[in-house]
Ligand binder design. Sequence first.
Ligand code: NAG
Ligand code: NAG
Ligand code: NAG
Length: 465
Amino acid sequence: MNLCAYLECGTVKWKLILLLSAFLFRSCLSDQIPDFALMEVKENEIHEAENGDVIVEDELDPEDQEVFYPTREWQTVRPGQAVPAGLHMRLNLQTGKNEAKIPDSENEKNGMTYKKKDRRLGKVDVDSNIYTPQELKKVLAKFKEGVVTESSEDEKAKLEGIKQKFRAIDDLKKEFEELHVHLETDIEIMTKLINKYNSSSSSLNEKAAALHDLEYYVHQVDNAQNMLSLGALQLVINELNGTENVLKELSAFVLGSALSSNPKVQVEAIEGGALQKLLLILGTEQPLPVKKKALFALSSMLRHFPYAQQQFLKHGGLQILRSFFREKGTEVLCIRVVTLLYDMIIEKELLQDSEGNNEQMKEKIEQYKQVPLVPVLMEQGWCKIISDLLFLPEHDTREKVLKAVNLLLAFCKEQYRGDQKLNATLTTLRGEYEELVTEEQKAEEKDSYFRELLSSVNEILQNLK
Ligand SMILES: *[C@@H]1O[C@H](CO)[C@@H](O)[C@H](O)[C@H]1NC(C)=O
Ligand SMILES: *[C@@H]1O[C@H](CO)[C@@H](O)[C@H](O)[C@H]1NC(C)=O
Ligand SMILES: *[C@@H]1O[C@H](CO)[C@@H](O)[C@H](O)[C@H]1NC(C)=O
């Protein structure tokens, strides 16, 4: 994906200014007065303009979590969220939070378009005003790196305006401080949220909002451990087999975020019965958003935790995940399963390759030996299940599958060699990517996205000879 060319494109600069303005807004408020203004959960809403222009679809993905999903209503922008260009933004003086929404129809034409599906082109279409969340994050990252430096007088003036706003907000904060407004600590806020969620007098919406806000806090390792000390981890685990889908979804979301790279929480969660409950969600009829978050939580639980991986295999976890591949409309889950399996294979290999000279390392290697992941994958026919996903049309999907197939070649070689259909698919992909690489070269794009895909395909074909 060539963002350099993208950034140099004149029409985009104006959008970058807007992005910068959103960015500054965000950074100057990032240590805003914490409170837990309850927001309505708007996860599964689809907003579409009459002309079909503005599409915000799909619920929040863990992967895309740091991106703000706008609607036509004012919504709070949380610290750390990337905001698409072209939104209306305002500071809510009552809450001290900034808010954004999709501009009303008079601005529709230069408003934002925001698509997640249909990424078949796999690269940014400069003319169509489309940002995917990933692209948005990359653009913001470039900002921090200072890639966008030269700017015309006009833009400098705009920047100046933004800076003044920035100062105004700083002043505002000072005034707040002078009034001795009590700034709550994270643990105080978390306690309030947990009480709100756990209170029998809270409505479903209030509970959902409390979990939603809690999820934001547990990204931090310390806060995730606060979940343990406050007794809230067990509460969200218990919610996983509750009766309300929205609470199941959000508790899996909180759990997944708290588990991410947090061994202490991983141990507590598996002891608290989280694994069985997550597998139950994944193995039964449930709405897709619930399954998605449960898979997210399961992945966070399994990564770098061989004991959980062992239990997962023991409880038939792989069979449960395999069932997604027979259902329709679950591609998004399948791709995440492939990524999870890839990560699990790689983490074991990396550990085995490293010099295991200290006791802790030896212990870990011993633990991984109890996880017969590859043999079980082979036995259950995962070689083909995974390579079959190469039929999917999205490039970013194929990228992940190609990576996995490349890794699996070490174990699935014989099977892949005899698979004429796979050979035909790979040959077709090679042709397609050769063409796309040529186009990239014509456009003189600096980093070549398709070249990488092409070399992946070639590498596999080479190995199958
Ligand atoms: C949740 O509420 C129950 C019943 O009111 C109470 O016994 C329990 O201690 C509360 N849990 C937490 C973590 O606040
Ligand atoms: C959830 O599972 C626990 C045991 O794991 C059980 O005690 C509880 O009743 C279940 N809740 C629902 C709503 O089924
Ligand atoms: C794969 O297909 C190509 C052309 O379709 C053919 O030339 C080649 O021999 C096949 N390779 C294998 C390993 O079957």
